[in-house]
Design a protein around this ligand. Structure first.
Ligand SMILES: [Zn+2]
Length: 128
């Protein structure tokens, strides 16, 4: 997935809104999975049948692990979107989110992008 392609195709604001919606979708899914995992855990601890114990224990670990993974993905998406949103204001004309990415460079710890304002064509650098 190329961030530059995604932002330039839809525009910054729709991309930002999509990232937030997906992030909060992950939060909701993670919450449901963690509640389900806790329910399986409670049932597992109350049973003495070995086969049921394995099923409930496995279901509990899968739900709790998946729920935790969903929350990690949510934090990544929302954090990246918010980090870019803080840099999305043109320094020359103060237009927010009216940018087009003109280059993208992936370094080991950071992705550097050069943005151009759609209103005044001012260039500035974004990092994520
Ligand atoms: Zn501008």
């Amino acid at each position: 997935m190329s961030l530059m392609r995604d932002i330039n195709r839809a525009g910054f604001r729709p991309w930002y809104e999509t990232q937030l919606a997906a992030g909060f979708g992950f939060v909701a899914l993670g919450l449901i999975l963690i509640v389900a995992g806790a329910a399986f855990l409670e049932v597992w601890l109350g049973h003495a049948n070995v086969l049921n114990d394995l099923i409930y224990a496995g279901s509990s670990f899968i739900c709790l692990g998946s729920g935790g993974y969903c929350w990690i993905k949510a934090a990544e998406r929302i954090g990246a979107a918010e980090h870019l949103a803080q840099q999305a204001t043109c320094k020359a004309c103060k237009a927010y989110g009216r940018l087009e990415l003109v280059s993208e460079e992936h370094l080991p710890q950071v992705c550097q992008m050069k943005a151009s304002c759609r209103r005044c064509r001012h260039l500035w650098q974004l990092e994520i």
